[in-house]
Design a protein around this ligand. Structure first.
Ligand code: NIG
Ligand code: FE
Length: 390
């Protein structure tokens, strides 16, 4: 499969050549150029896809929130728990207390689980520190994940994820801290590839989001946004003004927002794990996204509160069953459009000449199997820049 955007772009009886970690040639076996006939791996009739891209995760964190899961089963809502000082803030407490080693051990476990299912590129956000030291600690740990595993890590600074208890009555003071202290340090130590904001009633409003975007812009860092997850307060349209890479969640996005995304060439990242786990009923506007040709990515949103699910394969299934994506759309969402949401379109997410040879080999008869079944891992082999890693 080369690119699932419109159909799978499959090459049947295909062959692929790798040179210095890049795809050097691909096409039908019968058309292999003479100088590239040295066959090293027999695909045995299996399917190749790009290594999967999980473009939205929060896998660096301390503790877990199983107790809140129980509270929700007793009738409390995600928002009620957040307002009572639980939710993101309870993970913040645990993350501040955790050492770098502890955080890394937890993140590696989760990243390995993703990798075993064919993921070769992930995004990891900060946002459970909400103070300079811990935000930087999280981004350092995210960097280390990529040094320990055959996974490329894109790091996103999400200082504006929630209001920390110290700033309970001073949200502007906290935004100032994010923009004036954290952002310059993140930039100075080259710790982030993007900046994200949780633009929502229980987090930051559009005006505060804009201040963070302005700061990111002045530091030359691209932006993305968590928006329209629980309500529509205009986060996506604002992000479009800043030519954001993506807007993520977007259950409550309206037609004007979808149009703005199309015009700004943004990716819509849908997160069926959070939708499922929070038992949401409002679905993202898939039909409108199709109508305006907005590319859709699918990601795990792996995090301890709203999506404690470290499986991109399960997300493929949920994107189809819950959001009615076609398997071709879902697969494009974890390959080429996942890569686009990270600004990595020119190296990741496609089988094409010149792209990184991050390749998954699957023991399947047809591509839809990757979305259809869950629980038997069809991954046969995994290559990172041409090297066999799993
Ligand atoms: O993507 N929406 C905000 N952030 C996370 C939730 C994080 C948490 O609850 O710990 C999300 O769903
Ligand atoms: Fe998230």
């Amino acid at each position: 499969m080369t690119n699932g955007a419109k159909g799978y772009g499959e090459i049947l009886n295909g062959a692929l050549a790798i040179n210095e970690g890049k795809i050097a040639w691909l096409g039908e076996m019968s058309a292999i150029p003479e100088h590239q006939t040295e066959l090293t791996i027999d695909g045995q009739g299996k399917w190749l896809t790009p290594g999967l891209v999980d473009c939205h995760t929060h896998i660096v964190f301390g503790g877990n929130r199983a107790n809140e899961f129980e509270m929700r089963l007793q009738g409390k809502s995600y928002e009620e728990i957040a307002k009572a000082g639980g939710g993101i803030i309870s993970t913040v407490k645990a993350t501040r207390q955790a050492s770098e080693e502890t955080l890394l051990a937890g993140a590696l476990k989760r990243a390995k689980a993703l990798n075993k299912q064919g993921v070769t590129t992930i995004e990891i956000k900060s946002g459970y520190g909400l103070e300079t030291e811990t935000e930087l600690k999280m981004l350092k740990v995210a960097t280390q994940v990529g040094e320990h595993l055959p996974i490329d890590v894109q790091r996103t600074f999400l200082g504006a994820h929630a209001l920390p208890p110290e700033y309970k009555d001073d949200s502007q003071g906290y935004i100032d801290l994010v923009c004036q202290e954290m952002m310059p340090k993140v930039k100075e130590h080259a710790l982030a590839d993007a900046v994200d904001v949780f633009c929502e009633g229980i987090a930051f409003d559009a005006e505060q989001t804009e201040q963070v975007f302005e700061s990111a812009k002045s530091h030359g860092i691209p932006v993305k946004v968590h928006a329209e997850q629980l309500s529509n307060i205009g986060g996506t349209e604002l992000a479009a003004k800043y030519l954001a890479l993506s807007s993520d969640h977007i259950e409550y996005l309206d037609e004007a927002g979808v149009k703005a995304m199309a015009e700004a060439n943004m990716v819509a990242v849908v997160l069926p794990g959070a939708f499922y786990f929070l038992r949401e009923t409002q679905k993202p506007p898939i039909e409108l996204l199709r109508k305006y040709n907005v590319p859709m990515a699918v990601a795990s949103d792996a995090n301890p509160g709203s999506s404690p699910i470290n499986s991109l394969q399960l997300m493929l299934n949920m994107a189809c069953t819950l959001f009615r994506l076609t398997p071709a759309e879902a697969l494009a969402g974890v390959t080429c459009f996942g890569a686009q949401a990270l600004g990595l379109s020119s190296t990741k997410g496609k089988l094409a000449i010149g792209m990184d040879a991050d390749i998954a080999m699957w023991d399947i008869q047809q591509p839809a199997e990757l979305c259809y079944q869950f629980g038997v891992n069809p991954l046969h082999q995994l290559f990172k820049r041409g090297e066999l890693t799993g």
